[in-house]
Design a protein around this ligand. Structure first.
Ligand code: ATP
Length: 227
């Protein structure tokens, strides 16, 4: 019987990371001939909140995009439930909510239309748009064009889908940007509740968090490298 190398690697990965939602193996990323990180290995379980730290340009967004399957690493692999994400793309995409630091909100649509569009795109058909927008303090702005909203309200429009999604894996690039203090606390509580309900959160932020204490966080630091 011939077993290809990937099948052998898959079985090893499944044994070594049986309980992990996400596992990362020997991940290397090179941009513009600069190694951002190499041989990175870690896993993320249900209940985990993982913060990727590091200075501007260290490679945090690059790592999140690789974890979300939006770009490919130079080497290494990312697995979801022990399977390479390239091999379980549909299942992974269904369980993944990725919010990049450009929040994917269309200026020419209203807050309601944006939320509706994003939830429908992710397969949801039955939801209370006004109720969800109320959760992010956008009551009264439901019909405002996103292009006319403040920066914080614009960001809240993007974040609103977190209050409805059933995706387990949340990958969030700078989710607190432009959000006021109360909104940050509200979002932190939502992230904690999501993790407590069996999901996981992987995020970057340059902002201090108060609700999510250090004891609740796992941190991975990327440093700016010149080699
Ligand atoms: N698609 C790309 N092509 C070429 N270079 C890229 C690409 N994406 C990122 N880079 C470079 O990789 C480096 C890391 O960028 P990245 O956005 O991952 O950093 P970051 O840690 O998220 O920074 P910040 O804290 O400023 O958001 C930067 O020098 C950037 O110019």
């Amino acid at each position: 019987m011939v077993i290809d190398k990937l099948e052998i690697e898959d079985s090893v990965v499944q044994q070594t990371t049986a309980n992990a939602l996400i596992s990362v193996h020997d991940l290397t990323c090179i941009r513009e001939e600069r190694i951002l990180f190499d041989a990175l290995a870690f896993s993320v379980n249900s209940g985990d909140i993982l913060q990727i730290e590091g200075p501007n340009g260290a490679g945090k967004t690059s790592l999140l995009r690789i974890l979300a399957g939006l770009s490919r690493p130079y080497a290494g692999r990312v697995c979801y439930l022990g399977q390479d994400i390239g091999r379980c793309r549909d299942e992974y995409n269904q369980d993944l909510l990725y919010l990049g630091h450009l929040p994917g909100v269309k200026s020419e649509l209203t807050a309601t239309e944006n939320l509706h569009f994003n939830l429908r795109l992710n397969g949801y058909v039955d939801f209370d748009t006004a109720g969800i927008l109320g959760q992010v303090n956008l009551t009264g702005f439901e019909d405002a064009l996103a292009g006319h909203l403040s920066a914080g309200q614009h960001r809240r429009t993007a974040l609103a889908r977190l209050w409805h999604t059933q995706s387990k894996v949340w990958i969030l690039d700078e989710p607190f940007t432009a959000i006021d203090k109360k909104g940050v606390e509200q979002l932190e509580r939502l992230l904690l509740a999501h993790a407590d309900n069996g999901g996981c959160v992987i995020l970057t932020t340059h902002q201090d968090m108060n609700q999510i204490t250090d004891s609740r966080l796992t941190k991975i630091r990327l440093d700016y490298r010149f080699d």
